[in-house]
Structure formats: structure tokens, C-alpha cells
Write a new protein. Structure first.
Lengths: 198, 198
DNA sequence: ATGAAATGAGACAGACCTGTCTCTACCCCG
DNA sequence: CGGGGTAGAGACAGGTCTGTCTCATTTCAT
């Protein structure tokens, strides 16, 4: 949910790898990693198929690249940055997560959390792709734990897991069509903050 | 999570349709509706492919049958029955949901909520399969709203949506591997009950 | 400008998917 | 016993998927 800098020069066409990576990001976020084939990606990127397979050994490697890009653009540059920016206190930054979610859920192209979607789409627990998605979810929790520590909460692990539970529950509710899912989670969040004395 | 009655006679082999429906249930719950092909289903059921297509116009119709069966076996005969049985008060029956979930999450063959999984797997919002999954999720909420009304809660819609949010969040956390996801949600549930004066 | 590297375009292989069709055999009820 | 509905087995069509290969063209640094 941020834009790329024009990579090397001032107005240069991005490399084939970069265009494929961006195309995969657009299509994977919207339609899921399993529903989108490599042919759709190269058509969207305007490249040849060999450009994809010269840069990525397999589609799975492209999905791993997609998850890393998602963490950078969504987790870090969007969610974390916006929460930090909107909240004046650690407590306010935690609650700002659901303010950000509220706008996210209202987008017409809202299609859920790519990490959760990928985890569910990949049934095999041993798949490196699924394990990567789970690891990226844990990185979201690491940010929550940081905020919890700054808010003076003692058990940051328990708190961040519960806060993340609210986030995931609200995302699923939004996927179902609940327009007020973020506000419902925010109210639960306030109860949880009070419970932890923050 | 209940067993079928031996349909007509005392020890008769179930009909082809019934065997296919049961096989689809086993495989779809475990691996997802998109990952399992009709060939795997007929092999598991021990039937011919034409037996499937004589009884179900398409795979999508088989998935719809699967979702209905899931509602009967999981939502009604398992979740609702166990919550009713374990709790002595409406409040206790609500909290018993997470007691039941705790045992569910610990199962080695735990593979999440089939309604959520199907909703995510089917990207197309207009798909009848996805809409059916969403409708089955709403039926879970209807049960929660009944319990909320019995517990004397005024806004049963808001409450049931928040309780369901906790359930869905805990399921996602359990899919990630959190062994204590049910206990975390239960604690949030107690805060919510207090907030609603129950 | 020139040679090396990257890219575009598309055919192709092999696997898998849904759904159709045929043919044979069984089973059950009258 | 006999006949009609049901089931099993498997070939088949038509599509999609990932991944490989070839070859002409472009692009870039030297």
C-alpha cells in the first residue's frame, strides 16, 4: 500500500524481475496465490515466461518473494507506520490498528490478509510457503509486543497474541462482509487494555 | 464429528451417493475443497466417477453438499450439542464453546473451520459456494445470538458478532500453531460478558 | 560501435483437472 | 427367474497448470 521508488535511474523501466515481482504482488493479494497462474503474472507484467523462470526457480519461490514484499509494504510501511503515526501514546498506537483496519475493510479491493490467506490455501503443513506465511504473521506479533512493552504491559507475549487474535478475527469478519468488524474488535481491545492495566 | 446411522437396513453397505458424500467430507475437511479432486474422492469412496456425477451435477454441488453436512455434524451435532451439554447456564454454555475448541485445537487432524477455509479458498465473491460458506457462518452466529438472549443480553446481534470474532480469531491462531488459542479467547470472552453485564 | 547479457514470443512436454461416454456386471424386487 | 435400475472400470475430450526449450531481438557497458 505504498509505491516503489523508480529503481535505479530517474525514469527507467523497471527490470524484468522487478516487474514480475510487482505483478505477482498485485495479483496474489487480490486473487490468492493458488488461483493465479504464472501465465496471468507474465501477461500482467508484460514479460516473457522465461524472464520469470530465469529470476525465480519456481512459482513457490515467487510466492516467497511475494510474502516478503507484502511484509515490507503492508506490515511495515503501511500498518506499522500508520499506527505509529496516528497514535500519540503506545496505547493509542495499539488502538490505531483498528482505525487503520476500518479504512482497509472499507476498500472495494479488500481481500483479506495475504498471510492468513496463504496459510489456509496451502494445506500442507510442511510446505516452506506455509511456514513462511506463519513466520510473517509472527513478525506482526513482534511489532505488537514492542508496542505492549512500551505501554508498560508485563506479559507482552500473552498480550500480543490476544491482540493479534482480535486482528485476525476482525479480518475474517470483514471477509464475511461485516462492515463494522474493526469497531467491534476495537471495543474488545479496550477491554483487554483495561485488563492489563494499560 | 459424529457418526452416521447405518442408513436403511441393519448392516447394509451405504449407497453410492452416501459413500461419496462421506468421502468428500473426510477429504474436504482435511485438505480443503480446492486441493481435493474428484478422482481422489471416488478412490476414497470406492465408487466409479459416474456414480458421483449421477448424484451431483458438478463438483460445486458436491461442495455445497459438503458444507451442509459440515453444518449438521460440526455446528449442530458437535459444537452446539457440546456447548449445551457442558454449560449449566447460558453464560456457561457460551464459555463452554472455548472449552470445546481447546480439545478441538489439540487434535492432530485439526485443520481449521471448513466454512472459513472455503470462504478464503474461493476468491470469487459471486460464487454460490462462497456465499453458502458465509451463510453457514451466519448460522453459527444465530446459535450464539440465541445463547446471548437466554443470558439476558440486550444487543444480541452485536454480542454474537463479537463472540464469533473471538471464535474465528482463535481458530486462525490455532492454525498458526498456538496451542493455547482457546484459553486466550475465553479470557477475552469473559471480559466481553462482563461488559454486557452477563 | 561491438560483444555479452538480458528479454520477448511462443511452441512444447507432461501432469492434472472436471466432466462425458461406453460397456459390463451386479443386485434387487416382483 | 427375469428384467430394470444401479454401480464399477476406464477411456476420452478439452481445458489449465508448471516448467523447459529455442531463437530472434533488444539493451547495456565497455
Amino acid at each position: 500500500m505504498a509505491e516503489e521508488p523508480a529503481e535505479p535511474g530517474p525514469r527507467r523501466r523497471p527490470s524484468g524481475r522487478e516487474r514480475i515481482s510487482r505483478a505477482a504482488y498485485e495479483l496474489f493479494t487480490r486473487y490468492g496465490t493458488q488461483a493465479v497462474g504464472v501465465d496471468a503474472i507474465i501477461a500482467y507484467a508484460g514479460t516473457a515466461k522465461m524472464t520469470l523462470y530465469r529470476n525465480f526457480p519456481s512459482k513457490d519461490d515467487l510466492i516467497l518473494d511475494f510474502l516478503r514484499r507484502r511484509e515490507r509494504l503492508w506490515t511495515e510501511e503501511w500498518l506499522r507506520a500508520e499506527a505509529r503515526r496516528r497514535g500519540t501514546t503506545p496505547r493509542g498506537q495499539l488502538l490505531a490498528v483498528f482505525e487503520v483496519f476500518d479504512e482497509w475493510f472499507a476498500r472495494t479491493d479488500f481481500e483479506g490478509c495475504s498471510f492468513l490467506n496463504t496459510m489456509i490455501e496451502i494445506g500442507d503443513r510442511d510446505s516452506p510457503v506455509r511456514q513462511a506465511a506463519v513466520a510473517h504473521l509472527a513478525n506482526i506479533r513482534a511489532f505488537l509486543a514492542t508496542l505492549a512493552a512500551e505501554a508498560g504491559i508485563a506479559d507482552t507475549d500473552a498480550f500480543s497474541r490476544q491482540w493479534h487474535l482480535l486482528m485476525k478475527g476482525s479480518i475474517m469478519a470483514a471477509c464475511e462482509g461485516d462492515a463494522h468488524a474493526a469497531a467491534r474488535a476495537r471495543e474488545l481491545g479496550e477491554l483487554l487494555l483495561a485488563r492489563y492495566g494499560a
